[in-house]
Design a protein around this ligand. Structure first.
Ligand code: ASP
Length: 342
């Protein structure tokens, strides 16, 4: 693993470096047995422009993405499942206040935090989702519990939290989710509602963000996981695309695994995840073309954002129609990259 860390450090300290090879010894892709695994993650898309983020801040985002990739990669490398890897990668980002999920969740118009998440297992097409959570530190893990320990696909609000307690999950106070930055963003959004001039100061960073992971494991199984605080100033009770199976999250071994980020309402209407899968399944389209086709559909509706997707061969695509998207990947050839801008 030494090389992995060295590469990570090199990338973190060299923002322009986009991709480097991991030594074959560190990434056991065996061309004879064709054992492959790969992982991609995202931390939200939006008006993320070079020069608008300080070097220090960029470093912090890169460090968060690197820890997330590392958590998922370790599991895949040791033969673990794509489901475990995506959950682990997302949990790291949920615990990182820089990203709009878990700890760093944005505020609703009522000044509360409401979190959504989902997981999907491409092998069985089983899925679990949670929405409108107010006291769950790691919504992605609760989504997985809904999938594995309940007869349902989605639980929301109080019922979801009651289910969590019954399954041994400790609730956290809403205070846990407070970050000054997200609170200030809510105040700016509220000011912008009253004053058009103030609206020009609002960035996508203020507005939304999401985290997600997709993976292929050594057994050839795909999985996807997504977690979000949703959109700043959303009405209480609003649910975005992230926990909607077939929209912000989808996985099917026959096609691909997808996790999306962006204007949730548009991603729901475009049924993004399943549409990509359907283009591959019914039209025989390749992953990258299918993903771009559906993202173009989102743009046509007026939506902005991006997605990460992976197929059965470990091919990865990370398209977005915004200025940037926090993203990282370790592909089936062992190529490792963390990127932010276009
Ligand atoms: N898609 C998320 C939502 O609408 C937000 C985002 O990804 O930026 O809840």
């Amino acid at each position: 693993m030494k090389t992995f860390f060295l590469i990570c450090v090199a990338l973190v300290s060299t923002p322009l470096a986009d991709a480097q090879e991991i030594s074959p010894a560190d990434h056991p892709v065996d061309s004879m047995t064709k054992v492959k695994f790969a992982l991609a993650i995202h931390g939200g898309a939006g008006t993320i422009e070079r020069g608008k983020i300080t070097a220090q801040r960029e470093q912090e985002y890169r460090a968060g993405l690197e820890s997330s990739l590392k958590a998922g990669y370790e599991i895949l490398k040791n033969g673990g499942s794509s489901l475990d890897a995506t959950e682990a990668a997302v949990r790291v980002l949920e615990d990182d206040p820089h990203f709009n999920a878990g700890k760093g969740a944005v505020f609703t118009s009522a000044g509360t935090n409401e979190l959504d998440a989902a997981v999907m297992d491409g092998k069985t097409l089983r899925a679990g989702a949670v929405a409108v959570l107010q006291h769950i530190r790691n919504p992605v893990s609760l989504a997985r519990m809904v999938m594995e320990d309940s007869p349902h696909v989605m639980l929301s609000g109080e019922g979801a939290e009651k289910f969590a307690v019954e399954h041994g999950v400790k609730l956290v106070d809403q205070k846990y989710f407070f970050t000054q930055e997200r609170w200030d963003a809510l105040q700016r959004m509220k000011a912008a509602e009253k004053n058009r001039h103030a609206a020009s100061t609002i960035t996508d960073q203020d507005r939304h963000g999401t985290v997600g992971a997709v993976a292929l494991d050594q057994q050839g199984n795909l999985a996807a996981a997504t977690s979000t605080g949703g959109t700043t100033n959303k009405l209480p009770g609003r649910v975005g695309d992230s926990p909607i199976i077939g929209s912000g999250t989808y996985a099917n071994n026959a096609t691909c695994a997808v996790s999306a980020t962006g204007d949730g309402e548009y991603f729901i209407r475009a049924t993004v995840g399943h549409d990509i899968s359907a283009l591959m399944e019914y039209r025989g389209m390749k992953l990258a073309e299918a993903a771009q086709t559906v993202l173009d559909k989102v743009a046509k509706l007026g939506g902005a954002g991006g997605l990460i997707a992976i197929d059965q061969n470990g091919q990865i695509t990370l398209p977005f129609n915004t200025a940037g998207m926090y993203r990282g990947q370790i592909d089936a050839d062992g190529k490792f990259a963390i990127e932010i801008y276009k």
